[in-house]
Every structure is written in C-alpha cells, then in structure tokens.
Design a protein around this ligand. Structure first.
Ligand code: GLU
Length: 415
C-alpha cells in the first residue's frame, strides 16, 4: 500500500473546493498554507532520572474567522505534516458549523502509554511553557485530541495561568467541570456524529435501528457505541476494534459492558461472549452504519473495494484518502465527512469558551440542545451544497467551509 501524506491530502481537498468556488490565486494560496508554525524541543526529566528530548508543534492554520482552535495530540507518529493537515481540517471544521473560530493543532511526538502521570504532567507543563506567547483565550485555544484528556488540559491551564498571573480558563477547552469545563463536552464529538447519522437516515430513508460497527475505541468511539442506541432508540453494535485487536458478535455487543471492559483492561480484546476479529475486517462488514474513529487514512485504495456500510460517519480526522472517497461515492455509500461528522467536539468547546468568558455555566440539557441545533443545521447546509454543486459529500462540506473562510479573508482585506 502506498503511504499517504495527510497534509498533501488536505491541500488537495482545498484545491478542489477552490476550483468549484472559482477562488483567485492569492486566496487559494493563503488557504493552502498554515498562517503560522512553531516547532520546538522540550527536555524532560523522566522518572528514572534521565532526560529525554521531545519534539513539539503548534500550528495555526487560519484565524480570519476567530482565534485558532484545535487539539493537542501526544502520538509517536506525529510529524509537521500531520499537524499541518489536522490544523487545516480544524479551520474547515469550525467554518462548516459556523463557529467564530479559526483552526489550529498541536502535538508532541511521544508514546504517552508508556509514561507515568508525573511524566505526563511534566510534558504537558513543558509544552505550555514553550507556546505561552502564542496561545490565549482570544488567540489560540487548545483542547485534547488523541492520547490527551481533561487532566492534560487541567495541567496545561494551570501552567498557563501561573505564567500569565491571572485566571483565563478559556485558554483550554475540555477541562474538568470543576475548573471551568462545560457539561456535555466529553461525549460531544460522538453526540454530534450520531446527530448527523440521524439526519442522514431521515434523508436517505435508512432504518437507524439496524447494525453498526466502530473502528477505534478511544473517547469518540466509546461514546458513539453508547450514544448511537441512546439517541436513535436502537441499533445493534456488531463489531469494534482498537489498536490491539477487534471483537465481533452477530447478535450485538453490549456497549456499556464493552466500554467498562476496555477501561478495565485497556483493550476490547478478550471481551467475554465475543469472537475475536481482525482489526481491518471491522471496517469491511456489511453494516448499516460504520464509525471510523481511529487515525488518518484508514479507508484507502487497498481496502475501499471491500467497504460495504450504507453510511460512513467519520468521527476520526482524515480517515479516508481522496482515491477512496471517489470509490465510496461511486459505490453509493453515503459518507458524512469528518469536518462535519466530528464537529460536535469543537462546537461544545466553543460553548465552553463562551461560558468561561461569562463565568456562568449552562446545564447539560441546554448544551445538548444547542449542539443539536448547530449540527442539524450544518448537516443540511452541507447537503444543499452537495446537491447544488453536484459534488461528493466531502467536497460539499469543504465548499461550505472554504467559502466562509475565503469570505472572512476578503472582508479583512487580506486578499
Ligand atoms: N480534537 C478535537 C477535534 O479534532 C476537538 C478540538 C477542539 O475542541 O478544539 O475536533
């Protein structure tokens, strides 16, 4: 299988949208590249007394519509190009759901699964010391992403506030609720995805109570397992995989028990009553709804011919390559693209920023209601763009996002 550079994939998506929108060359050039990139090293004392040097990034892709917004990943495969791509996708994601925010992303090249809590805290604080001049609640607001979580954000917020010497909880989102986090943020990415599935089922006349499968069982995947049944009133989860293996049960896996097994053992593998399944095979089942919830490029030219789901709801960022996208479209599979399907997380992050500014917090039902309104509207805006421009779903979503960011750049007099 060929290897994919996610940044090239993202730039190709921008170029296609720019062509449909007939954007001029300077505007296209501006949208193709991050506005600002920062790369740094962090020497950290590990528990064994030795120092290790970690490489960190923070990239602000576009801030025409508002402060840069996007997560920080701790992952061994991170590179400048993966962060560039992910930063760009945040620009398009915030624009598709019409938030007054731009896009950014950060990362540390490391495998946090091998670290103690003390080591994780030291890395989190070192990261903030490196980027303190770039971030802030009106400049650039990080959040968790792969292998980071509310505890990471709590340490980061504390380090930031210690350095700037005043409270500014809106500098990070998805914090614990006790220190400025919002209700409803932890399951927001999955909730947003399931809301788009609900709308897609209505439009396509698909029964939402059929079968579903989940590839990747981190925060988004686990919450989708539970919320799919809760929000749609049914459905049978027949297969799930994570980085260590997969499980299958034709009569349906119990999502509550599966999540607690994962939290206890660190993997879905060995879940009682389920058959083991090859990780890749989970993507290829004939289910009604498939949730890719792992990393980039999981659906590619090597396996796309075997994908059989009716709806692919992309909770991961960039799970489908451009060639695979065209094949899915030709096969009549309805893709709900990442920048729409996974936008629930950043939408509730935006609600968190608003509440932190106010110092007044909403209850959970209000967060859910406002999230539903935003994602439902975005789903139908994208659907209209797909119909009007006669393009495949990802291009439809990109056209909506790119048009909004291009307009903001123009109004500011940048191009
Ligand atoms: N990391 C999440 C994403 O990729 C959330 C970003 C945020 O809330 O800023 O959408």
């Amino acid at each position: 299988m060929r290897s994919y550079n996610s940044f090239e994939v993202e730039q190709q998506q921008v170029l296609e949208a720019a062509r449909i929108l007939k954007l001029d060359t300077p505007t296209t050039e501006l949208l193709l590249w991050p506005q600002r990139e920062y790369k740094f090293t962090m020497p950290v004392k590990m528990d064994d007394g030795r120092s290790r040097v970690f490489h960190g990034y923070r990239i602000q892709h576009n801030t025409a519509r508002g402060p840069a917004k996007g997560g920080i990943r701790f992952h061994p495969d991170e590179t400048a190009d993966t962060i560039r791509a992910l930063a760009g996708w945040m620009t398009w994601k915030t624009a598709v759901v019409d938030l007054p925010l731009g896009g950014g992303k950060g990362g540390v090249v490391c495998d946090p699964r091998t670290f103690s809590d003390r080591e994780l805290e030291t890395i989190a604080r070192a990261y903030v010391r490196a980027v303190v001049d770039l971030i802030g609640s009106d400049r650039d607001v990080p959040a968790p992403d792969v292998y980071t979580n509310p505890q990471t954000m709590a340490w980061m917020m504390d380090e930031y506030e210690t350095m700037v010497r005043h409270h500014d909880p809106g500098v990070m989102t998805d914090k614990p609720t006790q220190i400025g986090g919002t209700e409803g943020r932890r399951d927001a990415t999955a909730r947003g995805g399931v809301i788009t599935v609900r709308e897609a089922c209505k439009v396509l006349g698909i029964n939402p109570h059929g079968t579903y499968a989940i590839q990747g069982f981190g925060n988004a995947g686990q919450r989708a397992a539970l919320l799919h049944q809760e929000l749609l009133g049914g459905g049978s989860l027949i297969a799930v995989c994570d980085s260590r293996g997969g499980v299958y049960r034709s009569n349906g896996l119990n999502p509550v028990e599966l999540v607690s097994h994962k939290l206890k053992t660190g993997s879905v593998s060995g879940f009682p009553g389920a058959e083991p399944m090859d990780r890749d095979a989970v993507l290829e089942l004939g289910v009604d709804i498939l949730y890719p919830s792992a990393l980039e490029n999981s659906i590619n030219e090597a396996n796309v011919d075997r994908i059989k789901a009716k709806i692919v709801c992309e909770l991961a960022n960039g799970p489908t390559t451009p060639e695979a996208d065209l094949v899915l479209h030709a096969k009549g599979i309805h893709v709900i693209p990442d920048i729409l399907a996974s936008a629930g997380g950043v939408t509730v992050s935006y609600f968190e920023m608003v509440q932190d500014k106010y110092m007044y917090f909403w209850d959970e039902p209000l967060v859910h209601k406002r999230l539903d309104t935003k994602l439902t509207a975005a789903y139908h805006t994208v659907r209209k763009a797909i119909e009007e421009k006669r393009v495949h779903p990802r291009l439809g979503a990109m056209v909506v996002g790119v048009a909004r960011v291009a307009e903001a750049c123009k109004l500011r007099g940048w191009v």
